[in-house]
Structures are given as C-alpha cells and as structure tokens.
Design a protein around this ligand. Sequence first.
Ligand code: BGC
Length: 725
Amino acid sequence: MTKVAHRVAVLGLLGVTALAVSAQSNKGKNWPWMDAKLSPERRADLVLEQMTLDEKISLLHGNGMARQKNLPPEIQAVQDQSNGGAGFVLGVPRLGIPLIQMSDAAYGVRQSAENGRYSTALPSNVGSAASWDPEEACAYGKLIGDELRMQGYNTTLGGGTNLTRDPRNGRTFEYMGEDPVLAGTMVGARIRCEGGEHVISDIKHYAFNDQESGRQEVDAQIGERAGRESDLLAFEIGVKTGHPDAVMCSYNGVNGDYACENTWLLHDVLKAEWKFPGFVMSDWEGTHSTVKASHAGLDQEQPLDLFYGAELKKAVEDGEVPQAELNDHVRRVLWAEFASGIIDDPVVRGVVDPVHGFEVSQKVEEGSAVLLRNEHATLPIDAQKVRSIAVIGFNADMGMISGGGSAQVDAPGQVGGTPWRKHIWFPTSPLKAIRAQAKDATVSFSSGERIEDAVARAKTADVAIVFAWQFEAEGNDLENLSLPGNQDKLIEAVAKANPHTVVVLETGTAATMPWLDSTAAVLEAWYGGSKGADAVARLLFGEVNPSGKLPMTFPQSTDELPRTAIAQPPPPVKNGVLSFKVDYNIEGAAVGYKWYESQKKPVLFPFGFGLSYTTFKYSVLKVGHDGESVTLTVTNTGARAGAEVAEVYASLPSSAGEPWKRLIAYRKVELAPGESRTVTMDVDPIYESIWDVAAKRWTRPGGEYKVMAGPSSAETPLEATFTVR
Ligand code: BGC
C-alpha cells in the first residue's frame, strides 16, 4: 500500500474527519484552561481531562506534508488545512486547541516559493556559530520566529545542534560546529529568542545524526561517557538555556536502537534527567514502532500516522500502551502549546518585512565571516587607491550559493518548488557590491569557467577576488573537502598571475586549500544569506572589521579525520533496518580540535581561529572561586575599532584521561583603538566535568586544572590554574 493510501485507510478508521474543521476563535470562551495566570502544566491537565481518546490520538501524529491534491473528499478536507509546510497536526476546535502548523526553518522559513510567500535567508547556521555572539544568535531566532508567524506557521523545525564529528557531513551548514559548549550556547540563544516570538520552538536532530550517508540505516556506536561529553552536552546546554518546546529525534540508530525509540536518549536522559517538559516528535518517517517508541518516550509521529494513528489507538485499547503513558504524550504537546504562547497569542498572518530581514541578515553575515589569511595587510582594499579589480567566480556576477535540502530558503524571483539538490543562488551579486564600493576603479568579471580568461583579467588588475563555493544539502555527504569542479586549479592559476589574490569562500563546512600559500588573503563567508554580497564587500573594503572565528577545525586533509571515509550502507539498502555501524568511539568525546590535539596532528586552521584588521593583546587571567568564573583583559592594540572573541579553555587533571583542552567560556568584546576591557565570564561546572557513568552524574575529578585563554584553540598566551579537592 502506498503511504497516502495507507493513510487514507488509517484516517478513515480513526474517523478524524469529524475533527477536520478549522480552529475557531477562543475569544469569549470561559474554559478554565484559558486562564493565562495558570501554569502551562495546569492548563494542559485541565484540557486533557476533557479529551476523548480520538482527540488525544489526533495530537500525536502529523497529517502529511504540504498540500496534497485529488484525495478522497474527507481526506482532502484534512489536507486542505495544511499551511503548506513540512507538517501539521490537527487541533481540537471544540476545546480551543489550534492546529500545529510546522515549517522547516533552519536559516529561514522554507517553501515560500510554492506558497507564493517570501522569506529572508539568514547566513547558514554554521556561519551564525562563527559569530560566537549569542546576541546575534538571538536576533537570528527572533527574525525566523517573526517570519514564521507572518506566514501562518506556529511551529519551527529549526534548531540544528548535531556536532561536526566529520566535516564531510552534508548538513554541517545547518549545525553549529564541533564544540558542545559553543554549539549548545549558540543554539540555546537562537531557540530562546525564536520561541519568544510565540512559536513552538524546536531542537534537532536528537542525537548522533552526524552523517547523512545511510542516515536511516546507520547505527551510531558511542559510549555513555563519550556521548554525554560531546553531542549530548551540546543538546543538554541547548535544552537548558534555550527551553525548546519540542525535540526532534533523529533518523539513525544509537547503540542498537533507533533514536526515536531509544529509551536511554528519550526517557532516561532527556525527560528523566534533564526534565524536558515538552514533546518529542520524530524526524520525517523516523518512527519505527508503536509500543516500543511510546514506551521509550516518543510523543508524536511525523509526518503521518503509520504508527501513532489507529495502531496507537489499538495499543491503548489493548492495554499495551497504558493510559498514563498516552496522557503523558498528550500532556506534553498541550504543555508546549500553552508554554510557547500559540494559544494565548494565535498567529495572525502578515507581510514579511524584507527590509528588516536584509538588515538582520547582513549584520549576522558581517559578524560571522572569518578572515583566515591576510598577508601584507592586503585587506582591507583601499577604495581610494585601487584602480582595477578582477572579480572571478562562477555566478559571482549574479549571486551567492545557499544550502539545500529541507533547510533551503527560496530565493526572490524563484518560481515553484525547490528540488532537494538544486543549487539556489541568492540574487546578492558580489560583482555589483564590489562595484558599489570601488566607484573609481575598473571592475572586470570572469566566471572562471575558462581559466585562461580569468588569468588574463587577473594579470591586468591591481587585485583579483575569486568567489569560490561548495554546495551542501541534506541526504548526501561530501566525498572530500575539495572545492568542486575546476576551482582549485582556477585559484592556483589566478594567484600565480596576480600576487594580490583574495579568495572568498562560500562553503557550509571546512575546505582544503592546496593553493593557500600562493594567495594573499582568504575570507570564509559561509553561505551568506539574503545580503551576503553587501556584507562581504563591506568586509573586503574595511567598512566592517572581520570578527568571526572558526566554529570547526579546518583540517589539512581528510586523511587527518578520525575516519578516512564516511561509512556507507551496504547494498541493497533496506529501509527501516539498522544495517551498518559507524564507530564514534574512535574519537569519542574528542570531537574536532580535541581529536587533532590528542593525536598531535597539525591542522590548516584551528578551531576558534580568525583574524581582524586590528590586533589584540591578552593580559591578566584570573580564575574565580573554585573555577566557576574567569576574568581577563583584552586590549585593542591596533588603529581600528574591532571585536575580539576571547576564548577560554581548560585541561583536566591527568586522572580524567582526556589529553586535550576544552572550551569552557567565550565572550565577544568590542573595542575602540587602544581600549582595554576586563571581562568576567561564568563557567558552568559541567563544562569542566567528566560524566561519571557509575554514579550517573557530572563530576570534576580532583586535582589541578589548567585554564588557558587567548584568540584561538591553538594560541592561548594566558594560563592559570585552580585545584579541585
Ligand atoms: C529532515 C528534518 C526536517 C524534516 C521535515 C527531514 O528530512 O531531516 O530536519 O525538519 O525533514 O522537512
């Protein structure tokens, strides 16, 4: 039976058509649960008491993806209530419970083209992480929350938090880098502010969904301690600081059980230990059972009702799923609806403000781009002095690349839906933006498809700027970190022809750079979003001083990674069966820079690295009481204003058996020329802890802790110690 046919049958069985009416206004209704002074817990309980079994079941599954057509009339009536997003859940109109309308929203609201709407594209999530600025992450989330509501959605599917265990993971651009403290705090800030707009907020994909190859068949192997100190720490911080209303469990298996029916992940860690009060929804078709998933803690199936429709109803009637367990699932969904504010403040559609979106997007990009190389102060380019510039790169005359898959934001002017892997270039033209900066210079263009043409233009120009890109999309990993097509050769040739060659990278992950030594400057711009070109031009010409730092290590080559290749599913691929393993115990908790440090492997650019047009000096590191705070002074020793991310690391006593440093605090500090600032940062003791498997708690082993501070993980001029007894 096809999925839709199956669904037709299931929905018929459930008689959900009786529920298929639009949500009504709750105004003037005297339901006790509409008293906003009561706690979300109490309000959820009050509604729950009134619900029939069918109504309860209806909150626990989706009803298909964007609008389907030509279905039998009763099913069509349900479908027609979709707002055109990735999923929707029927409400209970007789009790004033609205529909849950969900949209993907990794770096902006998805599916605007097919719905005839407009969304801002923010820079990729990994770019946002590169800002190391929770305030910027907050602005990011707030904008998305606002645009979701304008477009009729009350639930986001944003909040990607998976760690960059392997930079070849095709969704690296949707996540926050390789460090759990950076990823967790940045995603927490985004989620808090997105949810603050009164949408059901979300964190995903829980957990260890760190590769796309065979993502529904791969069984991630990870020990409890290593898992708690890496990916799960990022989620723990994200959940505790962002307070998401929903958690999306991931496609993959973890230690033998699918994540969406994994008692350890869902029940023991997320709900029992972290006390997460909201609901767990499955990734799309990531539900694999009814009773097992329900017992493990899956609350809602998406996007259909293959396991959580008639099957769940039957399991409840047969006593296989206890009423109390069913009620817990329902209560969590209701809690999320009250806590997020979608009931008290129902969505009112409006017009997305593109101008405001441009402003936010540009500002995020300006704070996120990372200056990786700047020989002989090639940058910033002096607009008064430069006479000729060659702009080189495929499509660099018209746009900048964006990330694909379910994260894809549609570009202005785009017609119809977006195929999963189509390269979408946002009409933010580097050529135009550079011409606008260098008004008195001759600016020529070559697409670089013919290397000779690019070289000829580079030779006669004062400066050559090459825009290079790497496309990424959900569902596929990268084979390696090389730039696709002829781009490595192109850069090499242009750099040979012009010693003032600047490379702007539009990538969603690390890139290898065989040409690095021959270039003058490299700026990592990530996927730049709706205003990427203007932001990059302002950075190149010094209107803005770069301040981003790498949220992931750039390795010298893929040979240095814990696994030489990404594990692939054995043919034939069997959907819904865990058929192969990936061993994350190789690096364990030592993800990213911790791996390279413990293996003593040199890297191309270290975690936390990024240059500025000014210089900074670090002084006077003090560790506060019992290692729970650190204080240091940063001084701008150059002639330009700039922002510096001060990074603080710690290494644990040797008894911990973790021979690497770990990030424990960071702060982005804006400084005028000559200005000094002393900043104190709180350190959550769990950032200095190991996970004690036997005692099931965080613990700081006794002994001496070394605290190190500086501009990157590889440069920590300040050192201090504290002792835990
Ligand atoms: C992705 C999720 C996404 C969902 C709905 C899945 O393929 O893994 O991140 O939210 O689709 O579009």
